[in-house]
Design a protein around this ligand. Sequence first.
Ligand SMILES: NC(=O)c1ccc[n+]([C@@H]2O[C@H](COP(=O)([O-])OP(=O)(O)OC[C@H]3O[C@@H](n4cnc5c(N)ncnc54)[C@H](O)[C@@H]3O)[C@@H](O)[C@H]2O)c1
Length: 385
Amino acid sequence: MSVKVNVLLVGAGEINFGSVEGPWNHTSRLEKILTSRLRIVALVDPDQSRAFAALQSKLASAVAGVWKDCNLFPSVFEAAASLSPECVPQIAIVGAPPFARGTDIAGRDLELQLLKVFPACALFIEKPVSSGPEEASWRVAQALATHGTLVGVGYMLRYLKAVQLIKKVISDNGLVVMGTNARYVMAYEWARKPAWWDKSRSGGPIIEQATHFCDLSRYFGGDVHLPSVVAHTVQHNEPPGELSAKRFDEDQIPAENRLPRLTSATWKYTGGAVGTLTHVIALHGTTYDTEFEVYADGYHFRLVDPYSIPKLYIRRPGVAEVEAHTFTNDDPFHTELATFVGVVEGDRRNEAILSSYEDAIKTYELTWAIRRKSERAAEDYNQNP
Ligand SMILES: NC(=O)c1ccc[n+]([C@@H]2O[C@H](COP(=O)([O-])OP(=O)(O)OC[C@H]3O[C@@H](n4cnc5c(N)ncnc54)[C@H](O)[C@@H]3O)[C@@H](O)[C@H]2O)c1
């Protein structure tokens, strides 16, 4: 009989069970990767009715077998107290909101809770690493490293074939990245969760959403010299920031917590390159407009639409034609989890995990630096318009 892989899920929400808003759905990927070897041992969520509904739909599906041993618990500690020795998890998928994790503050410390009760368990943690103080996340990183915990963070864009092709061309040609330019234009019409539009709850559009592009920027540009970050915004109460297609009542959100409509940031990487990010909440309908560029001597890489069907345009020295690649059926959510499972099972080396916990904290720090600098710039502007 093939060996089972015990998985504990934290969070019965969209990242683990899917959403109409996007392709994420970690459980459907795990079902495909591990098939009948998968054994979901527990689903932890304080919202037990949501967890119950999520489990019921799985038990009524074609993959019910892998869910039959799944127990529901409101907390990690209650799971630990009840799970039998043969159900101790090897992998935990941490898909709770960032306010519940990434720190050593009681109640916001899911990683440390898991470490305490399941010390041998590998952790796959969603982005952003936290919504708490960055220093607290570094203390969590230290604890995870001291215990030798295997960790991967859900910056799935790193696993795209298009992204790996850029990496390969850079490496094959010994290129030094000169700059990165990330442009993320969101279609906001159907973004209706009030919490998302409240930066005191979501962290705001850079920490919550553009984090993927900040991470991709760092993946190519390297570490960021944080004091160099400069950022400006169009605020919700400025004429260019008026949005006509909102489908929720923004008046319910205190004015100081409302989201900027446009954020424009630049920074220096410690290696000398320059990074640029533009994030805009502007488009109607459902289709986002996202593009990411990398520059190096003689080369220009332009990655278009990395969230659906990525296209990569490469201009090389001495070649008049821009080389175009289209990547159909590339599922980075599948690749990131398949890689993680492969490392846990010893089939792949640890380096195959492309987003480590420490590295993800650096992305978190960059996103906070952009938010803080942009808020300071807005205050200065408001005082001297
Ligand atoms: N990589 C991606 O593209 C991607 C996509 C979607 C979500 N995410 C990330 O996944 C995380 C979760 O997002 P979501 O959309 O699933 O949110 P969600 O609100 O749909 O679900 C989160 C669930 O976690 C539960 N929860 C809250 N506190 C908990 C705790 N202490 N322990 C266990 N469960 C707890 C909530 O009750 C809720 O059911 C966020 O960090 C989000 O940014 C990433």
